[in-house]
Design a binder for this molecule. Structure first.
Ligand SMILES: Nc1nc2c(c(=O)[nH]1)N[C@H]1C(S)=C(S)[C@@H](COP(=O)(O)O)O[C@H]1N2
Ligand SMILES: [Mo]
Length: 167
């Protein structure tokens, strides 16, 4: 019991084959598996979650790696300004300015246990700043693609997310 709602896990989600790639405007692209990610320094924090549909989940304890540390290891180009964070469920993606994404945590544990696949395991993006929208907590994060300009609205997931969750 986490307080999060349970949604169907899309067919394309393959937790066994999961890796995390950091690509795009970087000098050293990364492709990390679970063990690589688990070897990085992790931190724990508590957060309430609120979906725009009106439900909430209080006092979630997340544990994972600061995204800024991941991005730094890939050596971003000096012009890199934004990132598209992509998931394993097809075209699902959100765009972030790099400074804002750097403060988010790539969570691999929830409430002291490995993050269940239904809530985004192996890895869910958990922004730590207030004013974050629910669809920006990206489940099944597979790729962080750095860009030297801002991605278009068409590259992002708000409408897609809401259309799925409504059904
Ligand atoms: N990859 C992916 N992440 C996603 C979504 C999605 O459809 N795909 N839906 C978002 C929305 S709108 C919400 S409210 C939360 C729901 O999280 P939960 O399924 O763990 O309750 O996931 C967010 N992250
Ligand atoms: Mo949502």
């Amino acid at each position: 019991m986490t307080g999060l709602e349970s949604h169907e896990v899309p067919e394309e989600v393959d937790p066994e084959g999961w890796t995390l790639r950091v690509t795009g405007a970087v000098d050293s692209p990364l492709d990390l598996d679970r063990a690589d990610v688990a070897a990085l320094p992790a931190e724990t924090f508590e957060e309430d979650f609120e979906c725009v549909e009106g439900w909430t989940a209080a006092d979630l304890t997340w544990r994972g790696v600061r995204v800024g540390a991941l991005i730094d290891r890939a050596d971003p180009t000096s012009a890199a300004s934004h990132a598209l964070v992509r998931a394993m469920d097809g075209e699902y993606a959100c765009s972030f300015p790099i400074e804002r994404l750097a403060t988010a945590v790539l969570a691999t544990e929830l409430d002291g246990e490995a993050l269940p696949v239904e809530h985004g395991g192996p890895a869910r993006l958990v922004p730590t700043e207030s004013g974050t929208d629910c669809w920006e907590q990206i489940k099944w994060v597979a790729e962080i693609e750095l860009r030297e300009s801002e991605p278009s609205d068409g590259d992002t997931a708000k409408e897609l997310a809401l259309s799925r969750i409504d059904s």
